[in-house]
Design a protein around this ligand. Structure first.
Ligand SMILES: [Zn+2]
Length: 249
């Protein structure tokens, strides 16, 4: 029963995250005006705004102009349900769950604005850093949180300088935000996972001829996914790498 309430809550949040992902990079208000079709500007009614259901019912098209709606809307809603439910199943009714949901929501926004527009908005990451520091006493402690932000963003600044712009300002602030939630240890694991995954992705694109050596790979989605996995499964990841021996001594 509680799980069903969480699913409905996550669907509504996912629907709101879609609005944020579309509007923030375009510098539009997320609260006003109400949702409208990007193609025909028609205002959408409650029947058009049911998460997942409306998309499937309308065959992924606008009811009014029949223009295709980006599958990203459906993807974000489903992803929000899965991630919110996993956080809830792990932590139950607790501060950790609330913290995890905030972390998940912000990472979802940064991953998809980077995918869609190549932007990781300061308007999301900078307040995110403040939120991470404010919530840190309930998680990893203020010291670990602040160190995480400084060290992770510092490493990313170094990479940006050494690679002559291979990493953008958006990635650096995103790393700072992630550091406030994962601490510096978790940040290092996040960076390793994101780099390996991003490297494999770049190699696939090169191999398929869809990229050349100067093509910039969007790093935000890799950082976001890696950070979420580390926040949720850091212990399991460490054990799978180093084995149980790390914890028996
Ligand atoms: Zn339309």
């Amino acid at each position: 029963m509680v799980n069903i309430i969480v699913i409905i809550f996550a669907l509504l949040i996912g629907s709101f995250l879609n609005v944020v992902i579309y509007r923030i990079p375009r510098k539009e208000s997320v609260l006003w005006p109400g949702s409208h079709c990007p193609a025909c500007e028609q205002g959408l009614k409650i029947g058009d705004l049911m998460p997942v259901i409306s998309y499937v019912w309308l065959g992924g098209r606008c009811r009014y102009c029949r223009d295709r709606i980006s599958p990203r809307y459906l993807l974000v809603e489903i992803l929000t349900v899965i991630t919110f439910l996993l956080v809830f199943l792990k932590w139950g009714i607790s501060v950790e769950t609330g913290t995890g949901w905030i972390f998940t929501a912000i990472l979802t926004i940064t991953a998809f604005t980077d995918l869609d527009e190549g932007i990781i908005p300061d308007l999301i990451t900078c307040p995110g850093i403040v939120i991470g520091l404010l919530l840190s006493p309930y998680m990893i402690g203020i010291k670990s949180s602040a160190l995480g932000a400084i060290i992770f963003s510092g490493i990313c600044i170094s990479i940006a300088i050494l690679s002559h712009g291979g990493m953008g300002g958006g990635d650096i602030k995103l790393a700072g935000f992630i550091g406030t939630f994962t601490g510096y240890g978790g940040s290092m694991i996040t960076l390793i996972i994101a780099s390996v995954a991003g490297g494999i992705w770049a190699a696939i694109l090169l191999w398929q001829g869809k990229a050349h050596r100067k093509t910039a790979i969007k790093f935000g989605p890799f950082l976001s996914v890696a950070a979420w996995l580390v926040w949720m499964y850091e212990i399991e990841i460490l054990i799978s790498i180093f084995g149980y021996s790390l914890y028996t001594y």
